[in-house]
Design a protein around this ligand. Structure first.
Ligand SMILES: Nc1ncnc2c1ncn2[C@@H]1O[C@H](COP(=O)(O)OP(=O)(O)O)[C@@H](O)[C@H]1O
Ligand SMILES: [Mg+2]
Length: 371
């Protein structure tokens, strides 16, 4: 019998989406076929420690990680393995835990989805699911992402990037500049976060003052954006490397005034409509923009492309690409694929194939001039 593919599933992590990641990982682990895969679980704590042991995921879910072992991925190539860091007298030693063919980060937000982890995986020269360093970090940074979209002629909402230092120095000058973007409501957002953390919808000048201060708690760089009127939120799933495919479109119906943190994770009543009720011309346009954006940031594996649609004019704006979208079996990303004919298990298999394909391409790339 052919050797099983050895997969390391990484979950948890240092971001505010730690708990969401545990839920996504539970779904992924449940469908990794034991006939095909040998799976090692690695939980990452909120402090950034990598851990493994019996029932790693359950230990994390119960907040009971004391009995787990510290795990290390060496940063140099040629190991393709995880090691346990063992206490050895007064020192520490490494003992091999598992050889790994493919790393599957099921991590959302900073330190998982933003290119930092991907940098480590590149240094270690291992195959991994999802976008590389640049695709991940551009997907995470709302400021740079918008500039790349503008350069590629993909419609986005008018916006302004300001630094925390400018807000601290003269907030009224920032507000004056922001008001040139358009009429209220304006949105204030930290450039590098997710889950709507630090985001405010500002209906007035005083709201904007508060919104800027709030966003500046979470990042040095802050985006101010014109609010889209009669907004509908349309999402599409993208899958592939150099020839990405798109799913049908879905629509999110937030339970609150906008798709805030509470609406996403507290209420549990935000609705998903799949497929979204849209004229074919509009959904075609959305899918085409999604593919162009995906290629523009050199995305790989998967992304969920989130759009704003003005419900009166049908004007479409790309909001963001999430390179490691929510991945529970009831999340939008896999549900859109399900509605497009790909089961959750098939999707996970395909992501692993794409990771191996990308690694093969990397192996065919010279990193220096050969004599
Ligand atoms: N320009 C905008 N116009 C209308 N609604 C917006 C706008 N920007 C953000 N929102 C609302 O705020 C939510 C979160 O913003 P988003 O940019 O998607 O941040 P995150 O990366 O945290 O998901 C959106 O899903 C939407 O409900
Ligand atoms: Mg969003």
């Amino acid at each position: 019998m052919a050797q099983k593919l050895r997969i390391a599933v990484l979950f948890g992590g240092r971001s505010g989406e730690h708990d969401v990641s545990l839920m996504s990982a539970r779904s992924v682990l449940a469908v990794l076929d034991p006939e095909k895969y040998e799976v090692t679980q690695v939980g990452i704590t909120l402090d950034g420690e990598w851990l493994n042991g019996d029932n790693t995921l359950e230990s994390f879910a119960q907040g009971n990680t004391g009995k787990l072992n510290r795990v290390v991925l060496p940063s140099e190539p040629s190991h393709s393995a995880l090691y346990i860091l063992k206490q050895n007298g007064s020192g520490e030693m490494l003992e091999k835990l598992a050889d790994v063919d493919v790393f599957f980060p099921v991590l959302h937000g900073p330190f998982g989805e933003d290119g930092t982890l991907q940098g480590l995986l590149e240094l270690a020269d291992v195959a991994y699911v999802g976008a590389g360093v640049a695709g991940s970090s551009v997907g995470m940074d709302k400021g740079i992402f918008k500039d790349v979209m503008r350069a590629n002629g993909i419609p986005i909402v008018e916006s302004l990037l300001v630094l925390r230092g400018e807000i601290e120095k003269d907030i009224n000058a920032v507000i004056e500049q922001a008001e040139k973007i358009g009429a209220y409501p304006l949105f204030a957002k930290p450039a590098n976060l997710g889950s709507s953390v630090g985001i405010s919808k500002c209906n007035s000048r005083s709201d904007l003052g508060e919104g800027l201060m709030e966003a500046a708690r979470y990042d040095r760089r802050i985006i101010i954006e014109r609010g889209v009127g009669s907004v509908r939120e349309i999402e599409v799933s993208v899958l592939g490397n150099e020839n990405p495919q798109t799913s049908v479109c879905g629509e999110v119906l937030p339970s609150r005034e906008f798709y805030s943190y509470e609406s996403k994770y507290v209420d549990g009543t935000s609705g998903l409509i799949i497929p979204a009720q849209l004229p074919a011309e509009v959904s075609d346009r959305i899918r085409e923009y999604a593919v162009r954006a995906y290629k523009a940031i050199d995305c790989a594996g998967m992304a969920r492309a989130d759009f704003f649609l003005n419900g009166e004019t049908n004007q479409v704006y790309l909001n963001e690409l999430n390179t490691l979208p929510g991945f529970t079996s009831i999340s939008m990303y896999p549900k859109l694929w399900q509605a497009s004919g790909l089961t959750y298990a098939q999707l996970v298999d395909r992501l692993i194939e794409l990771a191996l394909e990308r690694k093969t391409q990397r192996d065919h790339t010279e990193h220096r001039r050969l004599a």
